[in-house]
Design a protein around this ligand. Structure first.
Ligand code: MSP
Length: 692
């Protein structure tokens, strides 16, 4: 970051609207939000932009596949990004959609400028195009895989407008040379350098056979290439192309951007095309492009097409936004790929937030309340001081310095590690000084010592809280007000140093900030995730089920096939191997009505000791929770079942299995080898629903 800059403008990529947001998108947005919040606390005039990328063939096709117009799809998905960021308390200043008329005007303006300056010409293009990445592929023929995503490219033959990218090869290399920090980290910079050194071809910047886009000025048969359209958002979001003074002032105030934060897969567009467009238009270039790594789930990049996404809402529902923010910034080495798992998230939450910062806050504040009527006590300057107090004060000042430096270098994980170094040192200090023991004594010396110890812990708590506020905005705001310090967002971070906590400060109402999460938090998140992804999974399952339907009917305990032929009532039918004969006993509707079939959700599952095949389940019927013992342990693990919705016969007479009472029976198809497959639903069903 440019430390001397008086203003700071930061952007996320603008996200495609063919997929709903997942934690990969949230990652970039959270990083930008933390940086922006910190800049504001440092008193810097900050502007933070995000938005949605809504045009192009990819969106056109996604919409068609869902029988929607591209605009309907864009409206729906853009709103879901907007809502999610609001729910998470993301402090964006601008949210730009590429379908916004202000943006469209700006993009047409830049196109005119490029054309008037002689950098655009009409030519014909035959080549390969990857619709998924909206990327022209330099070499290859029909079906050549896209170098970015590996999907087959399509051959495109069109009369297009071209941008003279080839004219910028040397200019770009010179610029990279003069601005070594333009592309970060170093690995990405090297990739870009070798790409540009390999030679640049002119770039097609319009499409003739795509309708969903911004029309090229004076040639409405052509629409703008999506990447030209999308990149310009960074400028139109701060008023480029505005006809009103307010928009023009905004542009003058914030452009060029200080940081474009992006994922590593879109480096070429940002580090080659974008600076070349800007150079050609005679506009200032952004100061820095920062490309981070990918969030992986099960070793693969989390993405909709791979079907391995985790939705942010799932984590918000169970733990809230702060734990996710902390986890992503602490766990992932910024710039590198990082893994996500619910287990790791909950572990971090418990160890660093509930047991770490949360515990420090509650211990400190509770003891000040108990021993000093909720007012910050006076730390003795002489008599009751020990070297351990001074050591904490010194460490706190060092932590401020190192946190600041590391954060400015985007080393979020190390910065947080430094802050938590102070948290653990204070924990140790508390244990060693035993304030609870001092509190039991009434003599003056013990009182003075207790005051010093509690002042020291409270002051260290204040410092950590202020430092990590940009990462944990909601919870630190609570701790801050419990410390009696008001609105943390107004705190001038640049002046933070040891000793500012005023003696006599009256604490606010004390409440736990990070209630410990138990194992059920992981289970709840997994359940929510399964439910959220159920429609897609169900489609896939339905396809598989149809293919294998012949082997899934009851087999093991069914009547042997030979019996069918001798049964006088049953017409001679041929059954697939292992499929039992249909029942010959006819029942009435009234008979069936006696069976109370219900949807139940498995809340808990465990193996039954001494019985290989049995699982003990606790299921929720909406109106009651009950125990069922089922012979499905060879087919399902307890983990697979927790959270799952199943069907049970709710009014079956209870019976005992291995000494355990089973109140009901679950429904499953039984395969030829006797393996059960649980009955389930393709649509969402409420717990307790009756089957009729
Ligand atoms: N619309 C383009 C960007 C245009 S910017 C002018 C685009 N959109 S996207 O919806 O695919 O978003 C990509 C960005 O989302 C990544 O560059 C990254 O910032 C974020 N991420 C999406 N999935 C991610 C991970 N699995 N891991 C980390 N970040 C991820 O590309």
């Amino acid at each position: 970051m440019d430390k001397d800059s008086k203003k700071f403008y930061i952007t996320t990529p603008i996200y495609y609207v063919n997929a709903r947001p997942h934690i990969g998108h949230a990652y970039t947005t959270i990083v930008c939000d933390a940086i922006a919040r910190r800049k504001r606390m440092l008193g810097v005039d900050t502007y933070f932009v995000t938005g949605t990328d809504e045009h192009g063939q990819k969106i056109e096709r996604s919409a068609a596949a869902r029988s929607m117009t591209p605009k309907q799809l864009a409206d729906e998905v853009s709103a879901s990004f907007h809502e999610l960021w609001d729910r998470m308390g993301i402090t964006y200043d601008g949210f730009m959609r590429t379908t916004d008329p202000r943006h469209e005007r700006g993009v047409q303006q830049i196109f005119r400028v490029l054309r008037d300056k002689g950098y655009i010409y009409k030519g014909s293009y035959t080549g390969q195009y990857c619709v998924s990445d909206e990327l022209y592929v330099t070499e290859g023929g029909p079906g050549t895989p896209c170098p970015e995503c590996g999907r087959p490219t399509e051959t495109v033959t069109e009369e297009n407008y071209f941008f003279k990218l080839s004219a910028f090869e040397d200019k770009l290399l010179k610029f990279f040379d003069e601005n070594p920090d333009f592309i970060r980290p170093e690995t990405r910079r090297n990739e870009v350098l070798s790409f540009v050194r390999g030679g640049l071809r002119d770039l097609s910047v319009s499409r003739g056979n795509v309708k969903w886009g911004i029309p090229v000025p004076d040639d409405p048969e052509q629409v703008m290439y999506v990447w030209l359209d999308a990149l310009c958002t960074y400028m139109t979001a701060v008023g480029y192309g505005a006809i009103d003074k307010q928009g023009q002032d905004l542009f003058a105030r914030y452009w060029p951007a200080d940081v474009h934060m992006i994922g590593k897969e879109i480096v070429r567009f940002h580090c080659v095309y974008w600076p070349a467009f800007l150079m050609a238009a005679g506009l200032p270039l952004p100061k820095n492009i920062m490309a981070h790594g990918w969030l992986l789930f099960e070793q693969d990049k989390m993405s909709k097409s791979r079907g391995n996404i985790v939705r942010t809402e799932t984590i918000l529902d169970v733990l809230g936004a702060d734990p996710l923010r902390y986890f992503l910034l602490r766990e992932v080495m910024f710039g590198q790929d990082g893994s996500f798992s619910f287990d790791a998230l909950v572990q971090r939450f418990n160890s660093d937030l509930a047991n770490g910062l949360g515990n420090l806050a509650s211990r400190t504040l509770t003891m000040i309340t108990r021993y000093f009527r909720g007012e910050v006590p006076y730390p003795s300057a002489t008599a009751s001081r020990t070297p351990s107090d001074n050591a904490i004060a010194k460490l706190a000042d060092e932590t401020i310095a190192s946190f600041n430096e590391l954060f400015e270098q985007y080393q979020f994980s190390k910065a947080l590690e430094a802050a938590w170094g102070l948290v653990s040192a204070v924990d140790k200090y508390i244990v060693e000084n035993e304030p609870w023991a001092l509190g039991d004594k009434q003599d003056d010396q013990s009182r003075a010592r207790l005051a010093t110890v509690l002042y020291t812990t409270a002051e260290a708590l204040r410092i950590v809280t202020a430092l990590v506020h940009p990462v944990l905005p909601e919870s630190t705001a609570k701790i801050w007000s419990q410390l009696g310090l008001g609105d943390i967002r107004k705190f001038p971070l640049s002046g933070l140093k040891w000793g500012q906590l005023q003696v006599g400060t009256k604490l606010g109402k004390i409440e736990p900030v990070f209630p410990r999460a138990d194992k059920s938090a992981v289970e709840r998140m997994q359940t929510l995730e399964t439910e959220r992804n159920a429609p897609a999974a169900a489609e896939a399952a339905a396809a598989t089920a149809t293919q294998s339907a012949t082997v899934t009917a009851k087999g093991a305990q069914g009547a042997p096939q030979a019996a069918i032929a001798t049964d006088p009532v049953t017409p001679a039918i041929t059954l697939p191997p292992g499929v039992p004969a249909p029942s010959t006993e006819i029942i009435t509707v009234d008979d069936f009505a006696k069976i109370d079939l219900r949807v139940a959700q498995v809340k808990f599952a465990e193996k039954v000791k001494g019985a290989d095949r049995l699982l003990r389940l606790e299921v929720d019927l909406g109106y009651e929770q009950r125990q069922i013992v089922a012979g499905i342990a060879l087919a399902y693990t307890p983990e697979q079942l927790i959270g799952r919705k199943i069907v049970i016969i709710a009014n079956l007479a209870p019976r005992k299995l291995k000494g355990l009472e089973s109140k009901g029976m679950l429904l499953a198809a039984s395969l030829q080898d006797g393996a059960p497959v649980l009955a389930s639903f393709l649509e969402e069903v409420p717990v307790g629903a009756k089957l009729k």
